[in-house]
Design a protein around this ligand. Structure first.
Ligand SMILES: [Zn+2]
Length: 454
């Protein structure tokens, strides 16, 4: 963030009013939602199907099933053998992929417009006709177990992050890894995957999002032909069991000899657009205020954290803040610092705390607010230039529980936002008693006076 501001200011001023994304939306009789975003600059279309199911819906002992099912979706149906979609997409110069997160599982293909119909044929077929047996399931389960070994298990930061998330979300399912615990991957069966697939893969639990040179008028008959024939199923409503309030801060400090560059981070419990902290009601505008706060505090090299820790004090190579605004359950507001080589990690906490204390005491300035608003708008305009990003942001918004009509609500909130509102959310959520400190270093010497807890 921040980098684009200089070149985009004029663009922002001209385009703010017209920035709202233009959607066309309709629902099929079976309950499947369709959203069409027009972009006629190139004759391609991104066809995506988003299921309202992800790792957060998994039960203890069966973690990773959402991701496992994503793998199985490429294993073919009686009508379309495994690999057919890949070949077709490649032959037409398109791309395809899938992703699993806490709130969703999604599949997409970017293809020339004339290939859209064949994509709908294949995608609607695998929504309900996947051929799942042990010959397909068991080798793929091993692939996933191997994927876990090669990613999380062989990366010290990822291994530590799993522990941090488990501690931070001690109760909520955001505390388990998307890929699943190794013991769960080893233990689940084909029947577990089939049950998951039958329960969650249905037109009434899915949204199709299309971005490209197409209109709803063009899409509707195709959507009806391929997806409209599928029967809705009884999908259990998503339960969001809030993470209870805890009595004090959490601290995880670990040493791992494989770590080359130490990391310092704090996670503050924060509301998302959809859910308040510990089940509290969402307060309108707070998420937008937290977004602006993350920009002022740590949105780039002119933000407060970078200026203080990197530029003035020379303690770090990087310092920034991030805020996950769109989630089905509560989110986090994170501050992350990469200490400079030769600086012990114990120097970081007091320096960050000083930046925060000043902000909580005197609030933010009008100039900072104005700059943050401009920067956020510039980033959004730039991001929307890309069809894939538009599709992705809309998908995460809808699967987190947002409505299409509210997708751009933040823009009016942003325009009206005051310095007082930013200071209010800072004081309300950047609370030491609600934070999780996570420090990982390569040796005890790198930690300085910090004591290992793990
Ligand atoms: Zn995978």
């Amino acid at each position: 963030m921040g980098r684009l501001v200089a070149v985009c200011v004029a663009l922002v001023l001209m385009s703010v009013k017209g920035m709202a994304m233009e959607f066309e939306q309709f629902e099929l009789k079976n309950g499947m939602d369709v959203v069409v975003v027009r972009d006629n600059r190139v004759p391609v279309v991104t066809h995506s199907v988003w299921y309202n199911v992800g790792a957060m819906d998994e039960l203890p002992g069966k973690t990773g099933l959402a991701h496992m099912t994503e793998h199985l979706m490429f294993k073919g149906t009686p009508r379309h053998p495994a690999g057919e979609m890949d070949k077709l997409v490649q032959r037409k110069g398109g791309i395809q992929n899938a992703f699993t997160s806490y709130d969703f599982t999604a599949y997409f293909q970017k293809v020339p417009v004339q290939e859209l119909e064949s994509m709908m044929d294949l995608e609607s077929d695998r929504m309900v006709n996947l051929a799942l047996n042990d010959e397909v399931f068991q080798p793929e389960r091993k692939v996933v177990a191997e994927e876990r070994k090669l990613t999380t298990d062989s990366n010290p930061q990822d291994r530590f992050n799993e522990k941090v998330m488990r501690a931070h979300y001690a109760h909520h399912t955001y505390g388990h890894p998307i890929i699943g615990w190794a013991a769960d991957i080893a233990g689940y069966t084909k029947d577990d995957a089939v049950a998951w697939y039958r329960r969650h893969y249905a037109p009434n639990n899915a949204t199709m999002i299309l971005v490209g040179d197409v209109t709803a008028e063009y899409i509707r008959p195709l959507a009806e032909k391929y997806y409209g024939k599928l029967k809705p199923v009884d999908v259990p409503p998503r339960t969001i069991d809030p993470e209870p309030m805890r009595s004090g801060p959490l601290e995880l400090v670990a040493v791992d000899a494989q770590v080359k560059v130490p990391s310092w981070a704090v996670m503050y419990r924060a509301p998302s657009e959809m859910a308040g902290v510990a089940g509290e009601k969402v307060v309108a505008g707070e998420a937008t205020a937290l977004w602006v706060l993350s920009e002022i505090l740590g949105g780039g090299d002119t933000a407060r954290l970078y200026q203080e820790l990197v530029v003035s004090k020379g303690l770090a190579d990087n310092a920034y803040a991030t805020y996950d605004r769109v989630r089905a359950a509560e989110g986090t507001f994170d501050v992350m610092v990469q200490p400079k080589v030769g600086i012990t990690v114990d120097k970081i906490g007091p320096a960050v705390d000083a930046v925060l204390a000043k902000l909580l005491k005197t609030g933010v300035t009008e100039a900072e607010l104005k700059k943050a608003k401009t920067s956020i708008l510039a980033d959004e305009i730039y991001a929307r230039d890309d069809g894939f990003t538009s599709m992705y942001r809309l998908g995460i918004w809808l699967t987190a529980g947002g409505k299409v009509a509210d997708f751009d609500r933040w823009q009016s909130e942003l325009r009206a936002l005051t310095v007082g509102q930013v200071s209010t959310v800072a004081r309300k959520y950047l609370r030491a008693d609600r934070r999780t400190l996570a420090v990982l270093a390569g040796s005890k010497a790198q930690l300085g006076n910090l004591r290992v807890t793990e």
